[in-house]
Design a protein around this ligand. Structure first.
Ligand SMILES: C[S@@+](CC[C@H](N)C(=O)[O-])C[C@H]1O[C@@H](n2cnc3c(N)ncnc32)[C@H](O)[C@@H]1O
Length: 222
């Protein structure tokens, strides 16, 4: 059985190979650039309403999205439950730790130590597709509590159209003997989560429409 996402990355080998396995190939680099492009777009939209001086990146993992935010001149707190992943981020982003633009902390998204409304925005990428509805709801409530206004949240989307794409990808994985880890969110689930957390959807972007189920939402407190 595969370990749950909470434990899967608490492993030196998994953490060390995280970036190279996903983002070093041509397709990996391209997927990464598309994801960053959409996050940049949503950051720009959020930044038009109010300045984004301090962002929580959760989970920060090896610091992939954190690095993009830092390069944009934003102060970042990166939080992850796996010390092994934080270690990779520390190695990669040492200069920002030294100059005080970055803080990296161990933490659990389900219960965060931060005060209400203390971040200008929260980014959460490649995370929600690991959880069932109740966990998603608990985590989104926590993110909503600590952000002043905006949350940039990434889902694995499904709809009748995307079900064909997702089903095909899962079939290929099954044939290759790879684990199927994604829990796709249908429109109804996304709307229910947003409503139950008292949020509003401000913008939605697909990173690669019709080819990837990867969707990024800009949510805000009304
Ligand atoms: C697929 S990685 C995504 C990392 C990063 N956001 C990215 O896009 O590259 C998922 C991360 O979630 C972290 N994680 C799992 N459960 C968590 C929890 N309850 N609280 C905080 N981080 C958690 C894992 O340790 C892992 O680093």
């Amino acid at each position: 059985m595969n370990p749950s996402v909470v434990d899967r990355y608490k492993n030196q080998k998994v953490a060390e190979s995280y970036d190279s396995q996903r983002f070093e190939s041509f397709i990996g680099r391209y997927a990464n650039s598309l994801e960053i492009k959409e996050i940049r777009r949503l950051i720009a939209i959020a930044g038009r309403s109010e300045p984004l001086n301090l962002i929580l990146d959760l989970p920060c993992g090896t610091g992939r999205i954190t690095e993009f935010l830092l390069n944009a001149g934003i102060k970042v707190v990166g939080v992850d439950i796996a010390e092994e992943m934080l270690e990779q981020a520390r190695n990669k982003l040492g200069k920002y730790l030294k100059n005080g633009q970055l803080v990296l902390e161990l933490g659990d998204a389900r219960s965060l130590k931060y005060e209400d409304n203390c971040f200008d925005c929260v980014t959460s990428v490649r995370f929600f597709h690991h959880f069932d509805y109740q966990d998603k709801l608990d985590i989104l409530k926590e993110l909503s509590r600590i952000t002043k206004r905006h949350i940039i949240l990434n889902f694995a989307y499904t709809s009748p159209l995307y079900a064909v794409l997702n089903g095909t990808k899962n079939l290929i994985k099954r044939i290759k003997g790879e684990p199927i880890q994604k829990k796709f969110s249908a429109e109804q689930e996304i709307q229910s989560l947003i409503k139950n957390c008292g949020l509003r959807e401000k913008k939605r972007r697909f990173t690669f429409p019709l080819l990837s189920a990867n969707v990024v939402l800009l949510l805000e407190k009304p």
